[in-house]
Design a protein around this ligand. Structure first.
Ligand SMILES: [Zn+2]
Length: 103
């Protein structure tokens, strides 16, 4: 996705980098599965599908944020572990706290 296609960009600083957080329509994955979110480290951007209930949107944002944290550290990461962390942090209110900090 190009930098020009960033509607309603908000930002959050992660690991010394300012990331854009964009709610948008995301196309399905190549295998046809639904894509809820993704991050683009070259352009410091987290995309979250805009057509989700609030809790799912915030959990997806948390999921992508954890990807960013691991990526910034150059660490290997596992989808299942990130799903567990993002859901746990949603339950603890951390995901909502961070979502509200995005400005
Ligand atoms: Zn993921």
């Amino acid at each position: 996705m190009s930098k020009k296609a960033l509607p309603q960009a908000k930002t959050i600083k992660v690991g010394g980098h300012v990331y854009n957080v964009v709610e948008t329509d995301l196309p399905p994955k190549e295998d046809g599965r639904t894509l809820l979110g993704l991050h683009d480290c070259k352009n410091n951007t987290i995309f979250v599908d805009k057509d989700m209930v609030h809790s799912r949107k915030v959990e997806t944002f948390m999921h992508e944020l954890i990807h960013v944290i691991y990526t910034n550290a150059g660490a290997n990461h596992d989808e299942g572990a990130i799903d567990a962390l993002s859901n746990g942090l949603l339950q603890l209110g951390v995901a909502d706290y961070l979502w509200k900090r995005v400005k």
